[in-house]
Design a protein around this ligand. Structure first.
Ligand SMILES: Cc1cc2nc3c(=O)[nH]c(=O)nc-3n(C[C@H](O)[C@H](O)[C@H](O)COP(=O)(O)O)c2cc1C
Length: 167
């Protein structure tokens, strides 16, 4: 049986929610990481992924400038980095300069990969859709990378950005 409730209450049932970190270079060449929960696989062939980014975020400018971005699946050990990248704006600071998070160059796009992530996907910007207060950016995956070590993914496991492994 179902009972009708406010959206704000029903949506709290969504956890665990996957966490990704998207990275795009701004017009000064600074790589800017942003933590996102709103993401999905958008096509299997060719492979594409979608990310939902608030219109006010600096990442919108960076993605629009470089027309490409990395999507990283952070590991469960990267909770502090995800919280830092998800609470500071690239408009104010250089997040990679202020938080130690090893990176390596992407192979095909002008971006970086997160060395300790479970996986990294290099995306070229395919489409951008305005949706209320967000833009959905759809990226075509041109290269994929996996950690050589087995690691658990990071999820949001409860409200107020409570992060951890899914189980
Ligand atoms: C766990 C977590 C999930 C988040 N999910 C999203 C999201 O899906 N979309 C979004 O626009 N912001 C999301 N945020 C907030 C942004 O990461 C945050 O506002 C960030 O500071 C924006 O950075 P920027 O201004 O450099 O783009 C999330 C933050 C956290 C900690």
């Amino acid at each position: 049986m179902q009972k009708e409730v406010e959206y704000s209450l029903a949506i709290k049932t969504k956890y665990p929610e996957q966490v990704v970190i998207a990275i795009a270079r701004d017009k000064n060449g600074k790589a800017n990481p942003v933590t996102l929960g709103w993401t999905m696989i958008a096509s299997g062939s060719p492979p594409m992924m979608a990310i939902g980014v608030a219109k006010k975020h600096y990442s919108v400018e960076a993605i629009n400038h470089s027309k490409c971005f990395t999507i990283a699946f952070p590991s469960a050990q990267m909770a502090e980095a995800a919280l830092f990248f998800g609470s500071k704006s690239g408009r104010d600071i250089d997040k990679f300069a202020e938080f130690d998070c090893p990176t390596e160059p992407a192979k095909e796009i002008d971006s970086v990969l997160l060395t300790d992530a479970v996986a990294n996907f290099e995306c070229t910007l395919e489409t951008q859709i305005p949706t209320g207060d967000h833009f959905v950016f759809i990226g075509k995956i041109v290269r994929s990378h996996m950690n050589t070590e087995s690691k658990q993914r990071l999820y949001t496991i409860g409200p107020n950005h409570k992060l951890g492994p899914a189980s």
